[in-house]
Design a protein around this ligand. Sequence first.
Ligand SMILES: [Zn+2]
Length: 386
Amino acid sequence: MSSRNLLEPWFSSAAVRRAVASFSTSEHVIETAIAVQQIPAPTFAENQRGAWVRQRMQQIGLADVSVDPIGNVYGRVPGHKPGRSLLIAAHLDTVFAAHTDLAVRREGRRIYGPGLGDNSLGVAGLLHLGHALREHQIVPAHDIWLVANVCEEGLGDLRGMRAALQHLRDRIQTVIALEGTGHDRIVHEAVGVRRYKITAAAPGGHSWQNFGAPSAIHTLVRLAERLTHLEMPQPRSSFNIGVIEGGTSVNAIAESAALLLDLRSVDPHGLESLVQQTEAFIAAARAADTRITITAAIVGDRPAGRISRDHVLVRTAAAAYHAAGATVAYGVGSTDANVAISMGIPAICVGIADGANAHRLDEYVEIDRIGPGMCALLWLALAASS
Ligand SMILES: [Zn+2]
């Protein structure tokens, strides 16, 4: 069956057409996105936002609304038939600290606000998809689980998605990770990520009196310098030392220092090569001065993997976005879809609207693509759960 044909039955349904018409304005979705965005939700502290989402899921009338021990919020849209379900997940967490000024401003056809596109709009899209299905009494072929999950960003290490798939186990056939922005990009390749926190510890001392005693900072910066010479494997790979900290005073030999290193590759072998090079540099640094203790903790481990561009899920998503007037591109990312792909569950990540500057205070969302993005999501959800 062609992917266009997969959408066909849903195009002709009067209820689906009414739901599509409800997205001709996007103000209700924007309102929800801003309400979500106004609740701080740094990774590991998503509870308040999760509680709000749980209440909305109950108001919408989703089945089996619940919160798991780590804070993932679940709701189910019951399907016609038993069988394995579609899971659509939007992450609750943001990269912004709890004290961040979350003021939102509109400028022309844009709305600015930290965390608005990544991922308050994704969460709002999840809720409005559920609402549209319930409101217009559209019953999908199989169950659709809607999950607002924790810990997608940074050191959260996709912990929320891992727990959600553990929780729903064999019930899930297909996974769609939903982001607020990037509506024209279907992510079907998962970038593998390995993250280290490398710590150096030394006896320390006075900068003058104990000069010559080993310094945790001096050792760590030498190691950091070596890491900047990591050989990059092909295909695309990257490294970044994102944080470096340590020491107590300008005239104290540092007792401790630490850095955070992020290694990425689209290829599992490429990632393995980066890991081996890193481990070798660490071993060499340890051997260079035994008075210093160097520890390397893995603080992030996201598997690489992909589903083919010809996979029916990718083709269905492309057909849905084309039908909504988008020009589709294909992409690579490190998203909640990584977890599913590594478990052998077909998964993609898609976005609702256009936007830019994710992870920056001047992040914005383009208003005009929200309505079409919601239509595409609705068609995709119905076809992917068929
Ligand atoms: Zn995101």
